[in-house]
Design a binder for this molecule. Structure first.
Ligand code: CDP
Ligand code: MG
Length: 217
């Protein structure tokens, strides 16, 4: 739970309202986003939405950190990567076996994991902890769909990337989709601890808080 100064209106329902308004999530601008000079654009979108950046740093992650970051031993997640790769085939006159060399979701997913680990170490990343009202869901909405060609315009991935796993996997690389955001509470807690454990997470108020979600009249 965030440590912000609790105001009267935040004390409702045994602090549950406070927790909803001060939820924390982890997000990261991937190497392609940093190297394309999109840090300011992406941070600007987070800030303009009314969410607050409470920790940030830039680093080139090593293999150990990336393997700990993603659920690389979760068979369901790995198979889901394979399913997503296959969904890149929709509307194309190609089969999974032709493109990826296999039709098996787990095998396909495992190939994606290897490519993803390389991609995430390919340059600096800009990691952040973001706080605000339902921050986990909000930052996922700002990010857009995993596959850039499916991401809605108006989202980070939809506006600034066009990649498809079909094209990416032929080259044995991960799709380049600029941005990572925790999917749920469990991922958020794990990722914040992994990337910022033992570091200062700042506690401050935004000038816009009272206008955005308080009865100020
Ligand atoms: O990043 P997100 O939570 O939206 O998706 P994910 O399913 O957790 O996948 C993690 C990352 O793996 C994606 O953001 C892509 O960079 C990469 N990926 C890929 O390169 N090819 C796929 N078929 C699926 C995912
Ligand atoms: Mg994910």
């Amino acid at each position: 739970m965030a440590k912000n100064t609790t105001k009267e209106y935040d004390k409702g329902l045994n602090g549950t309202i406070f927790d909803i308004k001060h939820q924390r999530t982890f997000c990261l601008i991937k190497p392609d986003g940093v190297m394309r000079g999109l840090i300011g654009e992406i941070i600007g979108r987070i800030e303009k939405s009314g969410l607050k950046i409470v920790a940030a740093k830039m680093l080139v992650p090593d293999e150990e950190l990336i393997k700990a970051h993603y659920p690389t031993s979760d068979e369901k997640w790995i198979a889901r990567l394979g399913t997503k790769a296959k969904s890149g085939l929709e509307g194309l006159p190609l089969t999974a076996t032709e493109v990826y060399g296999t039709d098996n979701d787990s095998e396909l997913g495992q190939n994606v994991v290897s490519a993803l680990i390389q991609y995430m170490q390919s340059g600096p990343v800009f990691a952040m902890v973001v706080e605000g009202l339902q921050a986990i869901e909000m930052v996922r909405k700002l990010a857009g769909h995993t596959l850039p060609f499916k991401a809605e315009m108006g989202t980070i991935r939809g506006d600034f990337s066009v990649d498809n796993p079909v094209v990416a996997n032929v080259e044995g690389r991960s799709i380049h989709n600029l941005f990572h955001a925790s999917e749920n509470q469990g991922e958020a807690e794990h990722e914040i601890k992994l990337w910022f454990g033992g570091e200062v997470i700042c506690d401050y108020s935004l000038a816009s808080d009272d206008i955005m979600y308080c009865k100020h009249y």
